[in-house]
Design a protein around this ligand. Sequence first.
Ligand code: NAD
Length: 333
Amino acid sequence: MKDGKLGVALVGLGMYSEGQLVPALQKAAHCYLAGIVSGNPHKLEVWKEKYDLKEDACYSYRNFDQIKDNPEIDIVYVALPNSLHAEAVIAAARAGKHVICEKPMAITVHDCDRMIAACKEAGKMLSIGYRLHFEPHNKEAMRLGQQKVFGAVKMVEAAHSLNEVEGWRLDKALSGGGPLMDVGIYCVQAARYVTGSEPIAVTAQEGIKRDHEKFKTVEEAIEWQMEMGDGSIAHCKSSYSVKENNFRVETESGWFELSPAFPYSGVKGKTSEGEMKFPQVTQQALQMDDFALCIKEGRQTSVSGEEGRQDVKILQAIYKAMETGERVEVNGQ
Ligand code: NAD
């Protein structure tokens, strides 16, 4: 803590940390960049200079546990490839730090359980990097759907696809799967936060795989359907070969849609009554500030480890449905 702001140490200094989290920490009101953790000594040196960090605020994975002796670091933010989240979160909790972990929380429900247990045992809070819970258009979609402003939700159609993906995202051992794990998770989130209900069962179909070499261990594309607990249906798709970024909600007496729905900025929304008019925000700054205030005020985060675990459980059910061709009940997992 410094000047009333909580110190955040970033673990994994990749694209998301550098491109989004550091600028957000520079804008945040209740937290700041207090430390870094990386396996790359050169990167540590460059970041130390660039962001004016102290020598003893820069850790490698080998001396990561010494972070426990640094009182300026209150929160560890894990932004590593997906399968590495679990060990880093557990180590951070054992070092006595609160933790934010990027999505997807982990690649198995078992890992999610271990992460939640480690934070509970250490008496530390755990949050998942669901930045859109702090984005005004997405918050409005939550309100419109959950409060049935245009009547009950009947159908959610959501798509999130990227192209030009490379590296660990194409290696199942590190990613846990293809576009579903990476960006399809946003469609699962949208269906859940728009309806305020959970999927009961899912069906899924793998999309056409055109590049068998590139997509050797993960799907290139997937479509899936979710029977939601409120009686609505979600149709979703995700791919690594095109660009899509939207959701549309049909209700009893109207509709609303966000397009684009999930970007860092530039979200736009419309309803059957007109355009949504909300400001653009720095989502990650609001997300991290909210977590800092949760810690200070001793209140629960709305984007908890349990929330992250629920998504991982649904993603696993979707993969099972894709592989078996069967309808899979989410709670039967
Ligand atoms: P990235 O590849 O740019 O960065 C990953 C970092 O992890 C790199 O610094 C890399 O050196 C390090 N690393 C450590 N061990 C590694 C290993 N064995 N293999 C590969 N890299 C290793 O990835 P990114 O886009 O920054 O994604 C990191 C995490 O953040 C992922 O979980 C991703 O899903 C999440 N993410 C979230 C959002 C969001 O909007 N919330 C956006 C992008 C990424």
